[in-house]
Design a protein around this ligand. Structure first.
Ligand code: PNS
Length: 160
C-alpha cells in the first residue's frame, strides 16, 4: 500500500463500464479504502436511477474488499468535507478528457484547498470506452458484453 489515506472515486457511472472498474481496481491497490461515490451529473440525462447505479457498482466491485460504494448529492467539495476525505481519483482516457478534468480538479481545489485529485490511466483496451457510447449501443440493440461488467450487461439487456 502506498498511502494510508482513503480516496473517493466520484462519478455518475451511468452505467458503470469496464473502464470504471479498471480504475477502481487500480485505485484499490494504491489506497487502503476507496469510496466509489455516485451522484447525478446535472448536465447528463441518466438512464439508471442513483440507487440502480449504486447497486450495479456494489455488485461489480464485490470482489474488492477495500471498495465501498456510496452516493451523494450537492457539491463534491462539501461531500468530501463531510466524510473528511480529500483525495479524489479520476480516470483519464485520452487528451480529450484532460481539459474538463483539469478544470474540475482546479475548481474543486479552489472550493477546498485540501482537495487533491489523482489521475489514473486505464488499460489501453479501455481507453475508447464511455458510458454514453455504451448507452447508445444498447439503445440501438448492439452488443455491450465486452464493454461492461456482467451485472450491467444483464441490466442493459433487461431494459430492452
Ligand atoms: O462521471 P462524470 O459524470 O464525469 O462525473 C462528474 C462528477 C459527477 C464527478 C461532477 O459532475 C461532480 O463532481 N458533480 C457534483 C457537483 C459538483 O461538485 N460540481 C462542481 C464540480 S467542480
Amino acid at each position: 500500500m502506498y498511502t494510508k489515506l482513503s480516496a473517493v472515486y466520484p462519478g455518475s457511472f451511468d452505467p458503470p463500464t469496464n473502464g470504471h472498474l479498471d480504475i477502481i481496481t487500480r485505485a484499490s491497490k494504491l489506497f487502503p479504502k476507496i469510496i466509489v461515490s455516485v451522484t447525478d451529473n446535472s448536465v447528463k440525462k441518466h438512464m439508471f436511477s442513483l440507487q440502480e447505479r449504486v447497486d450495479l457498482l456494489k455488485e461489480a466491485s464485490k470482489d474488492l474488499p477495500n471498495v465501498e460504494v456510496a452516493s451523494f448529492s450537492g457539491l463534491l467539495a462539501d461531500y468530501l468535507e463531510k466524510i473528511d476525505t480529500f483525495v479524489l481519483i479520476r480516470g483519464l482516457r485520452a487528451l480529450s478528457d484532460f481539459e474538463y478534468e483539469f478544470q474540475m480538479a482546479l475548481m474543486n481545489r479552489k472550493l477546498n484547498k485540501n482537495i487533491e485529485t489523482i489521475f489514473l490511466l486505464p488499460d489501453q483496451s479501455n481507453t475508447f470506452l464511455s458510458s454514453s457510447m455504451v448507452k447508445e449501443i444498447a439503445a440501438l440493440g448492439g452488443k455491450t458484453k465486452d464493454f461492461v461488467p456482467e451485472c450491467v450487461e444483464k441490466k442493459l439487456h433487461d431494459q430492452r
